[in-house]
Design a protein around this ligand. Sequence first.
Ligand code: FMN
Length: 265
Amino acid sequence: MTAESPMFGRETLDIIEQRSSTRQFAQDVEITDEQREAVLHAASRAPSAGAMMMYSIIDIRRQETLDRLAVLCDNQPMIAKAPWTLVFVVDYCKWIDLFEHIGCYDHDFIARTGIDPKLTPGLGEFAIAAQDAVIAAQNAVIAAEAVGLGSCYIGDVVENAEEMGDLLGLPAYTVPLSMLILGAPAKDRPATPHPTVNLVMPERYRRADEATLDAQVAEMDAMFRPHATRPGERVLDIYMRKHTSDFMDEMGRSMEIWLDNWMYA
Ligand SMILES: Cc1cc2nc3c(=O)[nH]c(=O)nc-3n(C[C@H](O)[C@H](O)[C@H](O)COP(=O)(O)O)c2cc1C
């Protein structure tokens, strides 16, 4: 970022407040090396459990890979038009390799320490490694905004596990959990409304009562369905388009494969 950049000096909270997902990219604006370095460096500066960095970032620019990702990620053509794509892979393979590399699985180490070799990660490792990967992705999102780039998460990257694994060359103990498409925004983007009713709960979880549910429905309709003719149109929309969708079924099927690949490969 330079002093001439329109984003120079923007406060972090302003960036967070004004960010919105970018799905259309200016095709004639090149991403500079400085912008790429700033985004990738910010990702690497994210908090990480035990500073173990249990993720890898696959940096994708080849058009044929983007074309394939557009299909595999629930047919989203905008992915093929993204100038830059980053896949945040939850990665314990690198630790298994390191343990092996320094001899943790060698007979003499086992005899000396009495520690049975633990050859695969489990769900505990997944819980922290998944957080590592997503936090790094979000650092990249904020850094991208700070240097004038927009971005959009693509959750469908977990779908079509078999083909996705082949396309990205993913080994055992990895899961491609998060994907970002990035580039210069084609147009100004107003911030998307984000509901807040029933979000923050003092001290203990409190399941919503009828009045709270009514308030939640009203807030969401006001934000997303201002011309709704009856209450609950937004919730119904989510039920139809997300909760009962084919893509969610496919995500579920693929996540079972990814978790198998994580724990039992
Ligand atoms: C985990 C996750 C997955 C997402 N997947 C997609 C996606 O596949 N396609 C898409 O267009 N947007 C996707 N989004 C973007 C959301 O739709 C967007 O964040 C949401 O509508 C709120 O809008 P905002 O980001 O502009 O605030 C995803 C966001 C997240 C956090």
